[in-house]
Ligand binder design. Structure first.
Ligand code: FES
Length: 164
């Protein structure tokens, strides 16, 4: 159930737009942030708020790489799958990450920390190969740099939850 405060914020956003559909992606992101991913409940809420059918919402939601229709980990790693990134490394950073974290594309690690997803060009071709983690850019990458980044994120997470 969507809290009233969030519902009202979304309604204000929609009312301020010339056409409600201008706010589609913003509304989707607000709902995704609340539910942790763009859940079935989020689809129904979005449809009701934007006066769209659930099918229309579903069609849009599955078009965007940054909307997650399944639960994701604390850190969502989006590895660029674009042509330039492929040209700048011999071994796939994506495959390396999957192997290191023992997941397949789209899966989340058993500890719930990392989800690995391929994505289209993220606009940092001059620093290929590249990836985003929760929207933060990393590149140019090598397997050693990936190791460092993952270790750093694990350590920050551990500090936050006081792992011993
Ligand atoms: S192709 Fe990877 S950032 Fe553009």
């Amino acid at each position: 159930m969507l809290p009233q405060e969030i519902r009202e914020n979304i309604q204000r956003l929609i009312e301020a737009a010339e056409r409600p559909r201008e706010q589609v992606i913003n509304v989707f992101y607000i709902l995704q942030k609340h539910y942790g991913y763009f859940s079935d409940e989020a689809v129904r809420e979005a449809a009701a708020l934007l006066k769209m059918t659930p099918l229309e919402v579903e069609e849009m939601a599955t078009f965007y790489d940054f909307l997650y229709r399944e639960p994701v980990g604390k850190f969502v790693i989006q590895v660029c799958d674009g042509v330039v990134c492929w040209m700048f490394h011999e071994n796939s950073i994506f495959d390396y990450l999957c192997q290191k974290l023992q997941v397949c594309a789209g899966q989340t690690t058993a500890d719930g920390l990392f989800t690995v997803l391929p994505t289209a060009c993220i606009g940092f071709c001059d620093r290929a190969p590249a990836m985003l983690i929760n929207g933060v850019f990393y590149g140019p990458l090598t397997p050693a740099k990936v190791d460092e980044i993952i270790a750093q994120l694990r350590s920050e997470h551990c500090d936050l939850v006081i792992c011993k």
